[in-house]
Design a protein around this ligand. Structure first.
Ligand code: TXE
Length: 479
């Protein structure tokens, strides 16, 4: 299926008529084409977005809210169609797309449709000076949203929904690896009555289409999720132009397990936090640290549980692990497994590509557990972003904490313990933006979401996102 750009409410071919292939990772074959848009397409999208801005930014909150909630309803009505499209495009199990990706995309619109009606700004009375200050929170104008391939519609809408709720117009680019659900979203926006030009979706490569968005002199804010290297590049381009930036980048998250946890719950959740979505979630707990007392038991039980996971075609209902997103990504992930032994690691389970019957050319990999002894090895320091976890034991709280923090990333951490004192100590001292205690990936959309260190700058979610997509202006009135 060939997809088109969505500009000013219409589906359009790219100006130069160039296309790139789109692959179905479950079979390793091209199944469609996507526009390879140039800066002329981005310029066109920008022009329509900026034309739509005066009216959209003056549209009542009630009306904006109604449209966002309508988009959410329509996504729910089209759940199966969207989930199928997401699963084919990305290789993720269809069940996962049905249960997580598409419902969450719908929640993003519903949440920000409601949140905008509760968003308020401050006033400061300058007592004794006969003056009052109040803050206006005004939309920025035209903003850029660039998203990755691991949770395609989920992360795309996580940016677009707050941007338009706050009154901005958007030029957005989904990942060229997984463009399909973003394409389908255009139809739904039209049906929901989103005015033309408020959202414009331009498809293409990061280095051309994405680059045109970040370089555009009048796109004043960029919200980006993707790799740390790309984030650093975007920051270099955007900083001299004084753009507002929100960067959600990589992670290498610790999962710290103490002997006093509720063991069965921890074990089941650790299987999920290791391998959900083929381990391609920035929040996956890819470094597992286990207190020495229960290390051998954990090792045995974890291997057993992981060996029960079924790698298979994404459409099959009993598939736990689908295909990785692309041939290039499969090779990248496999290259880490290949260096494991030279780094002193021991492959306890998995490590090999899988040939799924009937889909022999798909990008499948076994869930893989590697025991390591040196936290400084590449396997423990670099983001692999696939179904590969390392495990390592520790003796004391101090050791567990320093292993967790000795890494350049700082997105999230998971802690398994029932000791309140330890919970508080770790919560304060872990160098991450998010700490989960006795759970993983339990999301409340009101909370600040994002990382520290090389995991990014800024926070998404709740009012943080609405603050990002608005400029505060202070008005001082003397009376
Ligand atoms: O991401 P990229 P890639 C990590 C993960 C993965 C690595 C690379 O480790 O292996 O990043 O993945 C657009 N100007 N994460 O190469 O390139 C690109 O088109 C503007 C973690 O796929 O960062 C896509 O839309 N845009 C992550 C988006 O950036 C540019 C999720 C992300 O792609 C651009 C994905 C440019 N110059 C990968 N270059 C997470 N945090 O969840 C690329 N893009």
């Amino acid at each position: 299926m060939n997809i088109k750009n969505y500009i000013n409410g219409k589906f359009e071919n790219p100006i130069h008529g160039d296309y790139i292939d789109n692959y179905d990772p479950s079979v390793g074959e091209v199944y469609g084409q996507i526009p390879n848009s140039t800066n002329e397409d981005v310029e066109k999208a920008y022009e329509f977005a900026s034309k739509a801005f005066p009216k959209w930014s003056n549209t009542t909150l009630e009306k904006r809210s109604r449209i966002l909630i309508k988009i959410s309803d329509l996504l729910e009505e089209n759940l199966v169609r969207f989930a199928k499209a997401e699963s084919i495009d990305n290789g993720k199990p269809l069940n996962l797309a049905k249960q997580i990706d598409i419902p969450r995309a719908a929640s993003n619109f519903r949440f920000f449709g409601n949140a905008i009606s509760q968003f308020s700004s401050e006033s400061h009375e300058s007592v004794g000076l006969n003056a009052v200050n109040f803050t206006l929170r005004q939309p920025i104008g035209v903003v850029g949203c660039i998203s990755p391939w691991n949770l395609p519609l989920y992360l795309f809408t996580w940016k677009i929904a707050p941007a338009i709720a706050a009154g901005n117009c958007v030029v957005a680019k989904p990942s060229e690896v997984t463009p399909m659900t973003a394409f389908l979203l255009g139809e739904i926006c039209n049906e929901a009555g989103l005015p033309k030009g408020v959202l414009n979706i331009v498809h293409g490569l990061g280095t051309t289409t994405g680059q045109a968005i970040i370089e555009h002199p009048n796109i004043k804010a960029i919200s980006f999720t993707g790799g740390t290297k790309t984030g650093a590049h975007i920051a270099r381009v955007a900083a001299p132009m004084f753009k507002k930036l929100s960067l959600e980048l990589g992670g290498k998250n610790p999962n710290i397990i103490f002997a006093d946890c509720v063991y069965e719950k921890m074990l089941a959740t650790t299987v999920r936090s290791s391998f959900a979505n083929q381990g391609q979630i920035c929040l996956c707990g890819s470094r597992i640290f286990v207190e020495e007392k229960i290390y051998e038991k954990f090792k045995k039980d974890f291997i057993k549980k992981v060996s029960e996971l079924k790698v298979g075609h994404p459409e099959k209902s009993d598939t736990d692990i689908g295909a990785l997103v692309s041939a290039a990504h499969l090779e990248k992930v496999k290259s880490y497994i290949d260096i494991a032994e030279s780094e002193g690691g021991k492959i306890l389970f998995g490590g090999n590509k899988v040939e799924v019957s009937g889909s022999e050319n798909g990008y499948y990999l076994q869930p893989t557990i590697i025991e390591v002894s040196d936290n400084q090895c590449k396997l423990n320091q670099e983001e692999i972003f696939g179904p590969v976890v390392t495990i390592m034991s520790f003796k004391t709280d101090e050791e567990g904490l320093s292993l967790a923090n000795e890494v350049k990333y700082g997105l999230s951490a998971t802690l398994w313990t029932n000791n309140l004192n330890r919970t508080m100590q770790f919560s304060k001292l872990l160098q991450t933006g998010i700490v989960w205690v006795n759970t993983w990936m339990l999301r409340d959309l009101r909370t600040p979401f994002g990382g520290v260190k090389e995991s990014g700058v800024g926070r998404e979610g709740g009012f943080e996102a609405l603050r990002f997509f608005t400029e505060p202006k202070n008005i001082c009135i003397k009376y």
